[in-house]
Write a protein of this length. Sequence first.
Length: 320
Amino acid sequence: MERSTKRCLPCCGHSPDWAGSSGADGGLGIKEGRLTAFPHKRIGVLVGPRKPEALQVGIDLLAWCQSHGIELLACGDLADRIGCPPLAEVDGRMVEPIDLLVVLGGDGTMLAAARLVGDQPTPVLGVNFGWLGYLTEYALAELFPTLELLRTGAYSIDHRMMIDVGLYREGERIESHTALNEAAINGAPARITKFDCFIDGSMVTTFRADGMIVATATGSTAYSLSAGGPIVHPAVPAILLTPICPHMLTNRPVVLPGASRIELVFPGVKDQLLMTIDGQRVIDLQSDDRVSIERSARTFRLVSPINHNYFHVLRTKLKW
């Protein structure tokens, strides 16, 4: 899906009435439509940390599900607090299929949801309990009207590109992760880190900087933006290289094709060097480690309004 990632899609194998019609773009462009009798039978709910106000919403959500014959499963201790079954997890990843995951929190909670969903083809609906909320598009007042619309198929799904991150040490792959926003590499405070950058096997340059952010288009409005990176529309299949405080002022952010393979090599590391995946997972790097980053086969399925406008989101969140 190289031209766009937005399409109306069912989960758990149910097919919409337009399924199979690819259109002039071969199925790669925007697809929106209505699903006939889309049966949500199992819904999960994930609540962000330090969100006590979300407890009542969880109780109301349980009542709504019960009134519609839907099973609600909750993550963490929320299940006990509202009196519903827990969503089964192993190592932070759910191990049972659900039709929809409702997230009550901010963008950090949505990043946790991306890790929780893992390889499951589960759509995620984000309700903003945070501050900016680029990924949590819905306000609290919109939650239950939106759930009613979902039951009629009046919604679309954005398939957000993700990146696979591999860490190699002495020729052996020792860590594998998938990120929705970015992989960020940071050195010790106030110390410059030297590292080599390769794109598709070709040497780009040796960076001297506080670190490097390798981001998706979705992550372009997160850490990368704070470090001077560009805003990239999330439908663009791109990977961003954003140096953090580079020593050379000519080392500017670069936007690469989504099919690119990025390798960062860290010779002669003496000080602390950390790689953070979506702000969720922190990994210590050692001298001569090699980090490989490329487009993932997985996508993050984000429930969006049919009339969704990305620039409205930017105007609202960035106060344009």
